[in-house]
Design a binder for this molecule. Sequence first.
Ligand code: ADP
Ligand code: ADP
Ligand code: MG
Length: 663
Amino acid sequence: MQQTSRTAFRKILIANRGEIALRIMRTCRALGIASVAVYSDADADAPHTCFADEAVRIGPAPSSESYLNGACIVETAQRMGCDAIHPGYGFLSENAAFAEACTAAGMVFIGPSPAAIRQMGSKRAARQLVAAAGVPTVPGYDGEQQSVAHLHAEMLRIGFPVLIKASAGGGGKGMRVVRAESEVDEALAGARREAEKSFGDGTLLLEKFIEQARHVEIQIFGDAHGNLVHLFERDCSLQRRHQKIIEESPAPAVSPELRAAMGAAAVKIGEAIGYVNAGTVEFILDRDGAFYFIEVNTRLQVEHPVTEMVTGLDLVQLQIAVAEGQPLPFAQTDLHVHGHAIEARLYAEDPRNDFLPATGTLHEWTLPEGSAGLRIDAGVERGSEVGIYYDPLLAKLIAHSADRAEALRKLCYGLRRLSVQGVTTNRDFLVRLLDSAGFRNGQATTGFIGENLAALLADDRAELELASAIAVILQLQQQGQAGDALARELPPGYRNNPFRNPSLKLLMGEREQEFVWRWLSENAVEFLLPNTTVRAVLLAHNDNQVRLAIDGVQRSFTITNADEQFYVHSSLGSCTLRKLSRYPEHQTTAEAGSANSPMPGQVLKILVEAGQQVARGEALLILEAMKMEHTMRAAVDGIVEAILVKPGAVVAPGEVLIHVKPT
Ligand code: ADP
Ligand code: ADP
Ligand code: MG
């Protein structure tokens, strides 16, 4: 019936970058809709720029001058003759003024109404609306009073632990868990500063921090004809920095009755807002099975693919159809969950360094070739630069199978086979997380990563490092670059000095090891290790691959050589090695008391002065990367001897920022 009046979009501008821009463009292409990419100077040859039918530069690298420049994006869409703009997630996706500007310029914003965005953009207003609709919210404070004294008093009333949130917040920013009264003032100041900086609004909200909880969210979808359904739940409990890294559907802790109750609550909230298009209602589920509303995300969610895989729907296609004015093509009772889907987010970040973002060049990037039911939404390619300007999400791997155990197995295998080199990632951490007993048995809560951090970081790399080192050495030998080059040309045993075996010193992580070997035949080598020997047979080799049998087990090793490093990937995992000279290298180790930058970033605030006495653990400086704050603390008791940076300085990882002389 709507068919006569509806418009079919012919061209859409995608106001985003990375994996989500590509993902939206793929659906556009499938539907026969032309796509226009926008890009910053940092993305001039990025995958999303090249994949689109047309691409337009919108400004320099910083998001504030490019992907957040709504006026320029709207003008570009108009100039390119677009019918609609898809904002993706992040950036302008939850910006009501941008949605309005699209409409004012005669284009359709693919998302909910500006009013719904505005209403839900304030967590305070959202809580109030939801409570009025009769859905429980977390006990807390969402009032007008914002003075430190008042918030302090409210925290005592709520009782610790308390979670401070930025009312305008998102992406885990501006959140602080406060466990004792002594932490209150520093936490409030930090949360307010981060909120003002990230969202231009320092309004805070307090909630009881619910421990051992699960994050369970409901995908909702509404159309312009008054239909609103839910597409079941996702469990996103596995988080670091209050940000999700693993998501799945169905949720292990949700019974059919609970699913129905949470789904009904989400639909009720959606109806109270008059919600149109895709949205997500987030809840906290406590140990006793009670659920509390936390927020509505008025956009497509990062983890939407798990819902797509269990429902068989394409949510971007639905978003476009609804934006065109079509009614939803199904009713609630038509929707069913098929099997189980789990997503893992692969980030450029270092789990051993507080999960801070990592940067660098992706010297190697090879995706495991398609296993049925393994979907990979990537935003990068081999050679991509991962910089400090944008979110460090590299790719999402999503596995779908008949049941949870099979999906989990498929996802782990896919992650293990993915070869990513040159940038530190959370890949190994994800594999250990998925492999952990706590996750496998479906018991993991939002505290799981924090509580099991040591075990999840523990990594026995001995076998991986040894095999990778052997692979590198044998490849170097083939190229005449290792050991005694001459030895390779001479028959085994025939040497000027039979007592001197070839050797090579390698750096593996923090550890140096000297390898000594002797040739047993044309391709067989024996490595003489401190307490044992290992035999390796070279089976085949080319420029970037060697195939070896080590103690009888055959494996292929892919070796990428860049920046004086050897990046090795095999079925054992990934490993970075460096060839060292025989002579001790000049070490640039940091002095005991100096504070080195743990990540590339910008100095936000210096909290001490030269000559000041500081105690171990005292805050020295606040560093910021991607609008996340990181407080650097004194490693020793001492005196601040020198401050080597100024606020606003852009610093590199490892750079010394403040010298503290131990006392
Ligand atoms: P979700 O709630 O969708 O699961 P998160 O809240 O963990 O996802 O992460 C989404 C957040 O990532 C956004 O709110 C935003 O802060 C940030 N972000 C912004 N732009 C991008 C982008 N292009 N790619 C990835 N993340 C982005
Ligand atoms: P954001 O907008 O940054 O996504 P949320 O309000 O959704 O902020 O909170 C982020 C995460 O923090 C949630 O996914 C949840 O795991 C955790 N969280 C939020 N509120 C609470 C709470 N009251 N108690 C315990 N954990 C919470
Ligand atoms: Mg959230």
